[in-house]
Design a protein around this ligand. Structure first.
Ligand code: AMP
Ligand code: TRP
Length: 360
């Protein structure tokens, strides 16, 4: 509990030696990360490491809300860890771990299951999307998924959460849970969370359908760019990406009602770090061919080094597992006392003597 010796920033249980705001974010090991993950979340995570104390989790508890083949889940968790490191996550200065290794998440999630109202969960659009038509057949875990997500963040008293636009509603729910907990128990224990949703590519869409988000779990591999795709695959996917017959517009307003064009131009702008207007100033009035070629080039330049670094890291799985386990220990050192205090507030008796648990 008192690992507050200050040697490594980010390990202090009560937070913030250098008073840097604490960040938490998570990503599911449900496949290889996509360009959507990269532009919507990961690139921001890497940047936010400067000036924040960051805790990043590969959320395997979330992943099993839909069926995961056990052996694949293990492999995908390692691949996700390697990808995150390859993108520039610094697991020494910050914390990277797999969610299931820190028990505090599930413990606090149970309390939150009892704080959140069914009516709140019924409004979650992601559940409706993921459960599909046969809602009765969805797992109970998929339904209470947002409560676990709230627990992930609040177990660390994290106040800033970088995510893609699709997670906005879940973060609003997390704030509702924090407020209701504080109100019901008459405490000021859980802080308010501030979402960080940034950039022209906070929502990257499918290459096959500009109205659907790009997702690692989409059945069609043609719908997405994976961070591990080789150059020829990237080039082919972009060449085949759906567009419309009109030439590119010369101004951003002209992208209205053209979701596929808007998506590709948004991706270009995000990667090149220039405004959408600047992309259109260059390519407006032309067909898609030259633009697509330039976009593929840009993608290959950005993603090539990440793919190579991911392969290098994956060559030593034992070292990678050890890294995640060290991360889990440091994460637990922060979360355990916070969750123990939440349990005390709720009225649970102290846990077993000598084990990390609730203070007596
Ligand atoms: P997930 O892949 O669902 O675990 O999402 C991990 C992170 O990537 C979350 O912050 C998501 O909001 C973000 N993300 C996932 N898909 C996209 C997308 N198509 N566009 C932008 N951000 C995304
Ligand atoms: N639900 C998020 C997603 O699918 C992943 C996630 C789980 C997360 N726990 C989190 C994101 C906590 C931010 C904070 O994208």
């Amino acid at each position: 509990m008192s690992s507050d010796t200050g040697s490594t920033p980010g390990t202090s249980p009560s937070g913030n030696p250098a008073s840097r705001p604490r960040i938490f974010s998570g990503i599911q090991p449900s496949g290889v990360p996509t360009l959507g993950n990269y532009l919507g979340a990961l690139r921001n995570w890497v940047r936010l490491q400067e000036g924040h104390e960051c805790i990043f989790s590969i959320v395997d508890l979330h992943a099993i809300t839909v069926w995961q083949e056990p052996e694949r889940l293990r492999t995908q968790t390692l691949e996700m860890a390697a990808s995150l490191l390859a993108c520039g996550i610094d697991a020494e200065r910050h914390i990277l771990f797999h969610q299931s290794a820190v028990r505090a998440h599930a413990q606090l999630a149970w309390i939150f299951n009892c704080v959140a109202r069914i009516g709140w969960l019924n409004r979650m659009t992601q559940f409706k999307d993921k459960a599909g038509k046969d809602r009765e057949a969805a797992s109970a875990g998929l339904y209470v998924y947002p409560n676990l997500m709230a627990a992930d963040i609040l177990a660390y008293h994290a106040t800033r959460v970088p995510v893609g636009d699709d997670q906005r509603q879940h973060l609003e729910l997390a704030n509702d849970i924090a407020q209701k907990f504080n109100h019901d128990y008459g405490v000021d224990f859980f802080p308010l969370i501030e979402p960080i949703i940034e950039g022209p590519a906070a929502r990257v869409m499918s290459l096959r359908d500009g109205t659907k988000k790009m997702s690692k779990s989409d059945p069609s591999d043609q719908s997405r760019i994976n961070l591990t795709d080789p150059p020829d695959v990237i080039a082919l996917k972009i060449r085949r990406a759906k567009t419309d017959p009109e030439p590119l517009p010369s101004e951003p307003g002209g992208l209205e009602g053209r979701p596929e064009a808007r998506n590709l131009v948004g991706i270009y702008a995000a990667l090149a770090e220039i405004p959408v207007a600047a992309v259109l100033a260059q390519y407006g009035g032309q067909g898609f061919a030259a633009f697509k070629e330039a976009l593929a080039e840009l993608l290959i330049t950005h993603l090539g080094p990440i793919a190579a670094e991911t392969r290098r890291i994956l060559a030593d799985p034992a070292a990678l597992i050890a890294l995640l386990q060290r991360g889990a220990e440091r994460a637990a050192a922060i979360a355990d006392p916070i969750v123990a205090e939440a349990e005390r507030i709720v009225g649970f008796l102290p846990g077993r003597a000598g084990l990390p648990g609730r203070p007596g």
